[in-house]
Design a protein around this ligand. Sequence first.
Ligand code: ATP
Length: 463
Amino acid sequence: MSRILIVEDEDVIRSALRKLLQHNQYEVEEADSVSNACARYELTQFDLIITDLRLPDEPGTAMIRKAPTVPVLVMTSYASLRSAVDSMKMGAVDYIAKPFDHDEMLAAVADILARQPTDQSMQGEGNAPAAGAPDPSQIMFGECAAMQKVFTLIRKVAPTDSTVLIQGESGTGKELAAQALHQLSPRAAQPIISVNCAAIPETLIESELFGHEKGAFTGAVSVRNGLIEAADGGTLFLDEIGELPAEAQARLLRVLQEGEIRRVGSTQSRKVDVRMVAATHRNLKAMTRTGEFREDLFYRLNVMQIRLPSLNERGSDVLGLARRFLKRLGDRMNKPDLSLSPDAMQAIERHTWPGNVRELENAIERAVILSDDAVVTAEDLNLENEDDVDVPESLLAENRAQPRPAVAPERGQDLSLEDYFQHFVLENEEKMSETELAQRLGISRKSLWERRQRLGIPRKKGS
Ligand SMILES: Nc1ncnc2c1ncn2[C@@H]1O[C@H](COP(=O)(O)OP(=O)(O)OP(=O)(O)O)[C@@H](O)[C@H]1O
């Protein structure tokens, strides 16, 4: 069982996080400051340290120095995203912005633990690379021809500085592919900064990406570096690039053309050395025809294109992935040696997986929790009735092959979660910001955005 140390001075957050992790079969210890953590525990015995950034004595980033062999996940408020980026530069493995939803935290924890060198669970027999040499197959699984083509492209493109556009439906592994491109590149020792263009408020995106001068706008009380500068020497991953507003598109084009950025409110440019990787589930080319996306930017980004196949194009990989998730999640939840019954395998092969690999991962997690013995059955997977279960919204794709009705048929008078969500958003979107809406719904801004896309109620421009 993985051991996690939480360092957080706010009792409520610390105990909620402890319960969440314990509920998910992790062994958890806690401390309210860096000095207490060091005094009470042998830090090397932990598999992961989750720390708040602001603590009463030393900042949470001190844990990176004090436990150099243990991965440190930093929690920060959205307002201090910059310090999160700095924490990454200091060696934190990841950061998570508060308020985070449970799924987001669990996914980050699982991801970090899976990346540990001792965990070979995602490597398939015959799919492992030569020892020591980084390979895409160490980072993501794929044995089918379509994924082998993706890996070949990644191997070829990664060592170059070319801009890459990754396309694929939601949950197909675009972010993992970006990680692979970075880790296989000569920039691997430098940071990769991931920005979800859809999750940052439109009014803030330019200053977040490009930085701003003091007094550039109300609230710009001091000079701030942008995320592009933070990625200097490394890779900038722009997820959901199709959501970038027009003005930011123009600025980004300049960065790509001239290798220079200009902070908001500044007349001076500065050189940056950043490799850009962008991803989208949308058809950017079609968006250029409707004027939603700049054509010149599209061509600049589309130097190399990697298309991730949807899960139902991957043949027997679906079972290969299911087995690997079963092993990893089973180990994590203290249920080792789980296997799939024949009817579970059939159900997995028959399902259309509109939410792709993410949906499969979540379905297996649910089944591991529900299974009573060593064999996971089709009933544990419950794929036929998926719409009736409390499924995390992040699990469902925006662009399904066959859209499902928002209200499941014959569900009686009860409001489904989706109905509730839709009512709540439509009733409150005029008076609340996206951040407030997300907070009231108890989900992340990214989840709010994803659900809006899926339910066909996108955010109105300028709100
Ligand atoms: N080939 C793969 N092997 C192992 N895990 C994978 C693979 N592809 C995706 N996953 C897992 O599926 C989940 C979704 O992947 P990821 O976030 O990279 O998808 P995405 O295409 O970027 O999604 P979105 O468009 O919604 O941001 C993650 O937990 C990731 O680790």
